[in-house]
Design a protein around this ligand. Structure first.
Ligand SMILES: Nc1ncnc2c1ncn2[C@@H]1O[C@H](COP(=O)(O)OP(=O)(O)O)[C@@H](O)[C@H]1O
Ligand SMILES: [Mg+2]
Length: 409
């Protein structure tokens, strides 16, 4: 029996771990949190902080693993690449992993190859921030060079904003580095792509809608297919594929994130080298019948991924509505009771729904990815109707809260 190692085993990895086991694989998983949901469903779960690469290599050796991967954890991507190199397993290589997880390195590489992206500058101190803001201008986005999940990401409109937020941004970066970049106003797009032997196939391109306010970077609704059309759509497809090539990914699942502005430009936000979290894998499965988790598992094991594995089996409109507070469907406050999901799951068009809420936790207005506390995925005859179905069902998830002072922003 072949063994695969999952680096990171939280609630977002659990389903993939189960899927690997259903495929007849033995699963070893590591996570720093002994309570991590994925550890419990793996054949062997070890409590290891994956930022300790040697410790993960040691786990991989002891279990004689045949492949290593991560789902949705960006910080695990360089670790996966390092473990694969140490054991001589299939992987994307340390250099590509670095370029696809460090936003400064990524932006420099994309710039060298002329891939369209926002103006940017790297920042390590207030001093450097002064120079950077003159180069970049306002409005801008300040973000950690190497973090994820919208942690430490701020929209900044003035020099004061930069000074105010820089500390919090740098604190989210393990290497104490930030990027200041031009704020691009427009429609955000998420792509899912599979690179095989240096050939990149774009699987899906969907709209990623975001709330107003401080959570401006959180994808709280996904809609497939994208509302872009004609030249803009073609340009988005071209930029997504070009960016994956530019970053050197030859074999792997890629997650290009783009913004299309009103002038017809399509700019790269970032490209991740992994199966994304946030139900993107579910989006591809439900919308076109392609299973990116299965593709990632095969590639980790060095198995052939054929043309038929990346070909759309069908294509149908899809909407994912995340359960977030204000202005999403959830109330703000301390959770007293989470009702059954049955009504939401039985609603028209609903394909899948889940809640991650636990009693006693505090629901706050949406700021970061982690404030998405569940989701509803629905289909319909059109994207508008699919979204309406998802919205309607999301409001059927019954959550009772008590108001608390700490729930305010
Ligand atoms: N230059 C930008 N202009 C406008 N919005 C941006 C820009 N950069 C990031 N964002 C918004 O913030 C989100 C998070 O930024 P991203 O660089 O993808 O960081 P993370 O690694 O946290 O996902 C993006 O998905 C997008 O919605
Ligand atoms: Mg992102």
């Amino acid at each position: 029996m072949r063994t695969v190692l999952f680096v990171g085993a939280g609630v977002h990895q659990r389903r993939a771990i189960e899927q690997a086991r259903e495929r007849g694989l033995r699963v070893v998983a590591v996570d720093a949190d002994p309570e991590a949901a994925g550890l419990a469903v793996a054949d062997a779960g070890e409590v290891v902080d994956f930022s300790d690469v040697d410790a993960v290599v040691d786990v991989a050796r002891r279990h004689g693993v045949d492949g290593v991967l991560t789902i949705s954890a960006d910080r695990a991507v360089p670790v996966v690449a390092a473990v694969a190199e140490a054991l001589g397993l299939p992987g994307i290589g340390a250099e590509t992993a670095h370029a696809m997880t460090n936003k400064v390195v990524m932006r420099r590489r994309l710039a060298e190859l002329g891939v369209p992206q926002p103006r940017f500058a790297a920042v390590r101190s207030l001093q450097e921030a002064r120079v950077a803001r003159d180069e970049v201008g306002f409005p801008a986005v300040l973000k950690p060079a190497d973090s994820g999940g919208q942690r430490g990401v701020f929209r900044v409109d003035s020099p004061d904003d930069v000074d105010r937020h820089l500390h919090a941004t740098l604190a989210e970066s393990p290497t104490q580095e930030a990027v200041l970049e031009e704020f691009v106003d427009g429609l955000e797009l998420n792509g899912l792509a599979a690179a095989r032997g240096g050939h990149v196939t774009l699987l899906t391109l969907s709209d990623r809608l975001r709330p107003p306010g401080p959570g401006f970077g959180v994808g709280w609704i996904h809609v497939y297919p994208s509302s872009l059309y004609a030249d803009a759509l073609e340009e988005a497809e071209r930029v997504a594929v070009t960016a994956v090539h530019a970053l050197g990914l030859r074999d792997g699942v890629a997650f290009p994130q783009l913004i299309a502005d009103d002038d017809g430009r399509v700019l790269v936000v970032e490209v991740a080298a992994r199966v994304p979290g946030g139900q993107m894998a579910d989006l591809a499965r439900h919308a076109i019948g392609v299973d990116v988790v299965d593709i990632a598992l095969r590639q980790a094991l060095g198995e052939e991924v054929g043309d038929e594995d990346v070909r759309a089996r069908f294509s149908r409109p899809l909407a994912i509505r995340f359960l977030t507070a204000s202005p999403g469907p959830l109330p703000v406050g301390r959770v007293r009771r989470v009702g059954s999901l049955e009504r939401a799951r039985a609603a028209t068009g609903v394909l899948q729904a889940d809640v991650f809420l636990t009693e006693g936790e505090v629901i706050r207005p949406v700021h970061v990815d982690a404030d998405r506390r569940g989701y509803v995925i629905a289909t319909g005859p059109t994207t508008v109707l699919a979204l309406e179905a998802a919205e309607t069902a999301a409001r059927l998830v019954d959550v009772e809260v008590e108001q608390t002072a700490d729930a305010a922003v």
